[in-house]
Structures are given as structure tokens and as C-alpha cells.
Design a protein around this ligand. Sequence first.
Ligand SMILES: O=c1nc[nH]c2c1ncn2[C@H]1C[C@H](O)[C@@H](COP(=O)(O)OP(=O)(O)OP(=O)(O)O)O1
Ligand SMILES: [Mg+2]
Length: 244
Amino acid sequence: MQRQRHLVCFSVGLSVLGCRHRHVSAGRYCCCHSRGRFRAVSTRTAMLTGLSQHKPLTFVTSNEKKLAELRAILRDLVGMEVTIEARHIDLPEIQGEAEDIAREKCRYAARAIQGPALVEDTQLCYHAFGGLPGPYVKYFLRNLGPEGMEKLLAAWDDKRATAQCIFALAVDADAEPHLFTGQTLGRIVVPRGKRNFGWDPIFQPDGHEKTYAEMSEGEKNAISHRFRAASRLAEFLRNHYTTR
Ligand SMILES: O=c1nc[nH]c2c1ncn2[C@H]1C[C@H](O)[C@@H](COP(=O)(O)OP(=O)(O)OP(=O)(O)O)O1
Ligand SMILES: [Mg+2]
């Protein structure tokens, strides 16, 4: 079964913070080392990866909080400033395993954009439920709210949960997506903290006293499932979108 979904397409131009290389300008692909040295993209590398400066990488998501976190994380990881342009695309979203959902979202996005596309799918997996609600967490949250999602586990002693993020990147319209996964282990608690992002109030990461929702942006972004997935994505961007 497929559902038609309305997604906002954010075209991401990667410009560089503090780059000393005059030939690298906003809109061209450029990454830097975390140590602060910059590398410019050559045409050859761009061709090899299916990218060219005429085809900007586009992040397709309907969720502005995801976008805000990714911007902050990438800026810290690779020193890239992300400028955003929004347009609307209708993309179908399949049911199935998380990886397949991310892959299929990405294929549709890349075809719709006719160029490099980045998408993301997030899951919240209760260990007591064999991984559910997993990729369907959005629909649980919409109908139960954070309170109801915590009460689901009332009859179980095992409150453990895994927060998972999968980025899928297609380097061109017809390219097979690359997946970048990150997980953070924690447990489900009675809601605490801000109510501005999904299930953040009920997820308390292992080794921390606060829920995601009680943490500052920086605290969450230093340990989150999204940070871990974005670190792998950033590594790929450094290796494939740049020359040495
Ligand atoms: O870090 C997070 N902390 C708390 N909640 C979160 C987080 N990240 C996603 N979420 C929520 C949003 C949605 O209710 C569900 C994932 O569903 P998911 O399909 O990946 O997101 P979405 O539909 O909002 O955006 P998209 O257009 O990119 O698919 O979990
Ligand atoms: Mg979604």
C-alpha cells in the first residue's frame, strides 16, 4: 500500500564558512576537514560521484525540525553553512523495513528533482515490542501523543528503546541510494521537557538524566541518532565530494 504524502523540498546550497579559497564560492560543493582545512571539488570528482555543480544537493523533508538539526550538526561537523530554498513535491511513502522506506523515499525524491537528493527517515523502536512502532512512530504519536506512547509500555518492565535515523543519498536522478544510519539507545519515560519536537519528551538516552526534550540543542545534537547518522553522511561527503 502506498500513501501520497506532501513533502517540502529544501534545496541545499553548501557554502563555506570562513573558506580562504577564493575559487570556492557559495553554491559549489566544498567540504572542509573538521580541523578547518578546506578542499575544493574538482570536475573529475564531481563526475565520478555523479554530481556536478549545476546539480545542487537537495534535502527533501516535510519536517523543519529535522532540517534545523541537520544544519546545526553539519555546520559543526564539516564547517558547511546550509542555505535553504523550499518548494513542494508530492512523494509516495511505502510500508516495510526502515531501510527500504528510506531507499524508496530517496529514489522518488531524486527522480522528482532530477538530481542529487537527500532524504531521512526516523524510527523509534521499543525493545519490548520487537522494534515497533519503528518507522510508524509518526502515526502513533499523532494519535496517542507522548503520554499515550509512554503508557503503551505500562504492562512491560522493559522500557528500553532505540532511536534510529537513516539518511539516504542518491548522487543523481537514477542512482542507487547510499544509506547512513545512526542509533542512540535509551528508555521511554513519562514525558518531560519541551513539546516542540515529536517524541523527544519521552526519550531519555542511556547515561543521561535528561530527556531529549530537556536537553539544549547542542546537548541533543552531540549524542543523538541524527548526529550519529549525519557523521557518517559527512564522512561520505568529505570523501566523495572533494579532492585531496
Ligand atoms: O529527533 C527526533 N526527536 C523526536 N521526534 C522525532 C525526531 N525525528 C523525527 N521525529 C518524529 C517526526 C515524526 O513524527 C516521526 C518520524 O517520521 P518521519 O517519517 O521520519 O518524519 P517526518 O514525516 O516528520 O518527515 P519526513 O518528511 O522527512 O519524512 O518521528
Ligand atoms: Mg515521513
